[in-house]
Write a protein that binds this ligand. Structure first.
Ligand code: ASP
Length: 330
């Protein structure tokens, strides 16, 4: 557990040395919740894209353990939808590419700036955990395809068929017309991106997806690309993305948001500017991108191109789904 002195030192940059009078309050179960009385933003917190109450619960359980780490929390959070066969956009049960292969992308990053990622990974239920092993056990950041699979198997991950009957049936129906059109907010994308800050005021983030349903074989989206699908910096905060990854990749949205916060923007302002950059350069009316951001004060922001982006925030004992504000009001 970080001491009060250390905590204040660590967050001095983020709080602009504004004398926020931070106080540590005892939480019910003897873990410490750190309160910022000026903004009532409690720590620890976990936030994730879309509707993820059980996933956030798994993450918060870790965060409320003695010395629970944000890195372990985001991994635990990602594992919930990754293992859920009903969740057709992440892990097991994820929609396949147009050739019937379920290929997964994921990344993870810790408060030291360590990062790992996998892309185009087949047959492994928990790509976020493989990404973590890449981070912890290899000299590399990203492993891809067959190499990522070989590495996962060498680490003891089990090979399995990720294509469920339900996803296979939907894919066979799609093949009748083979029309590729990412439908805004509907089933074609739903990456889980998540960010957490633990009791020691350390941040971590992760992102996990089966990518766009019926994508071209070999397509990799934004989710495994650090700075696009997710990025964290312990001096500033973090951001993660969901939606049509091509536009997140072209604007490096998560890195942009973190840098905008570094320059003094709130998480909400930073998300809005990052979405604004997309809207300014591209014909934004036909696709969705959504961003989440948090800063080290425990403030959060969320914004999307279109209506309908939801997110789940677990903070100060409350795990709630929220609707994000959005750009396209026409
Ligand atoms: N961003 C993901 C991708 O493009 C899709 C999603 O958010 O669901 O692969």
């Amino acid at each position: 557990m970080v001491s009060r002195k250390e905590f204040i030192k660590k967050t001095a940059a983020a709080t602009l040395a504004g004398g926020l009078g931070l106080e540590l309050l005892k939480a019910q179960n003897e873990n410490l919740i750190i309160k910022n009385p000026n903004s009532t933003n409690a720590l620890p917190l976990i936030i994730s894209t879309w509707r993820n109450l059980p996933a956030n619960e798994a993450g918060m359980k870790v965060l409320m353990e003695k010395e629970g780490k944000a890195l372990d929390a985001v991994e635990a959070c990602a594992k919930v939808p990754e293992a859920d066969p009903e969740e057709t956009t992440v892990g097991y049960g994820g929609a396949p590419d147009r050739d019937g292969h379920v290929t997964l992308d994921a990344c993870i990053m810790d408060h030291h700036g360590n990062a790992g990622s996998v892309s185009f990974l087949e047959h492994i239920m928990h790509p976020t955990s493989v990404a973590r092993r890449v981070m912890e056990k290899t000299p590399h950041v990203m492993l891809c395809g067959e190499g990522a699979l070989q590495f996962a198997l060498s680490e003891g991950f089990q090979k399995m068929n990720l294509l469920t009957e339900k996803s296979k049936k939907a894919w066979e129906e799609w093949k009748i017309n083979s029309k590729y059109e990412p439908v805004i907010n509907i089933e074609r994308h739903d990456t889980i991106g998540m960010l957490a800050i633990d009791q020691s005021v350390n941040i971590a983030g992760a992102c996990s997806t089966s990518g766009m349903a019926y994508k071209m074989h070999g397509r990799v989206g934004d989710s495994p690309v650090l700075g696009a699908g997710m990025y964290v910096d312990n001096e500033v905060g973090g951001a993660c993305a969901t939606g049509l990854g091509e536009f997140v990749l072209k604007t490096l949205g998560s890195y942009l948001i973190v840098e905008l916060m570094r320059q003094g923007k709130t998480p909400q302002q930073a998300c809005e500017e990052a979405i604004g950059r997309i809207a300014k350069r591209y014909d934004y009316k036909t696709f969705q991108v959504g961003y989440l951001a948090i800063n080290m004060k425990g403030e959060h922001g969320a914004y999307s191109v279109q209506k309908g982006f939801s997110y789940t925030l677990f903070q100060d004992g409350q795990n709630n789904i929220h609707e994000a504000d959005y750009y396209n009001k026409t």
